[in-house]
Design a protein. Structure first.
Ligand SMILES: [Fe+2]
Ligand SMILES: [Fe+2]
Length: 268
């Protein structure tokens, strides 16, 4: 079975020589311990049945590490706020191109190009596996998942330099490509082997994972790359202060903390 980061590295190796290529390759090519913790977490989840509380904790917390449409929308607002406030923009047309590329990341999530909201697909998956929708309650959130979300929102919406939000989005989209490709076979054999789901029910329940596989997240990553290039023309990116390697490191550290926290409980 292919490892999570090899899905990511395949895509990164084929990139043209853009400024983000080297830092992304270096960052996703390291952090073996974080990748191992994430993979172990998903393997542990899908290796057996769990009690309802563990499943509620898992889906409540994992959901916080996935939702990106609202963050993308928030970054879009920040970009047009620049125009609204009359902040200096080197090339307003390039800013429109930035927005045009950025919005393509959330078309499917918001059901703009497809019929069903991704939040609804996630709801159906989690509720179908847990057996009820109490996983939506905040009491089931692990503090590590809250920390992940607070950090990602801070990077995307609060840091003064919007470029940091774009770099965080770039990291998120390519990471997510690896995660969904890695977990689809695990979740499939979990539901069939441990929860006696029929093949048809498994396909339906895992729609959320399936629609993100096979190129969807890869395409989002390429839209994120275009967004960065247009933004660089529109406003100018200070590459010296943009620590993309550090952003990926933080992302993986915080993501692996979520899986570790959930599955140390699971093993207890
Ligand atoms: Fe989505
Ligand atoms: Fe995405």
């Amino acid at each position: 079975m292919e490892s999570l980061n090899s899905h990511i590295l395949h895509v990164l190796k084929d990139l043209p020589d853009v400024p983000v290529r080297a830092p992304l390759l270096k960052a996703f090519g390291s952090h073996a311990a974080e990748f191992a913790a994430i993979e172990d977490g998903f393997r542990s989840l899908t290796s057996r049945r769990h009690d309802t509380k563990t499943l509620r904790r898992f889906f409540a917390s994992w959901s916080q590490t996935n939702n990106s449409a609202m963050t993308v929308a928030g970054i879009s607002n920040r970009l047009t706020l620049k125009l609204h406030r009359g902040e200096p923009v080197r090339d307003p047309l390039a800013l429109l191109e930035t927005l045009t590329a950025l919005h393509r990341i959330s078309d499917e999530d918001l059901a703009v190009t497809h019929k069903v909201l991704h939040s609804e697909m996630f709801y159906n998956m989690a509720t179908g596996i847990v057996g009820d929708d109490e996983w939506l309650l905040h009491r089931y959130l692990d503090p590590s998942a809250v920390e992940f979300k607070v950090w990602k929102d801070h990077m995307s919406l609060r840091e003064a330099d919007v470029a940091l939000g774009l770099m965080t989005t770039l990291s998120h989209e390519i990471y997510t490509h690896g995660e969904v490709e890695f977990i689809l076979p695990l979740f499939t054999q979990w539901l069939i082997g441990h929860y006696d789901f029929s093949e048809e029910d498994t396909l339906r329940t895992l729609t959320w994972i399936r629609v993100h596989c096979g190129g969807t997240e890869k395409r989002h990553f390429f839209h994120a790359l275009d967004t960065v290039a247009h933004y660089d023309r529109a406003v100018g990116i200070d590459w010296e202060s943009c620590d993309l390697e550090g952003i990926v490191a933080q992302y993986l550290r915080k993501k692996s903390a979520v899986l570790q926290a959930l599955f140390s409980v699971c093993h207890a």
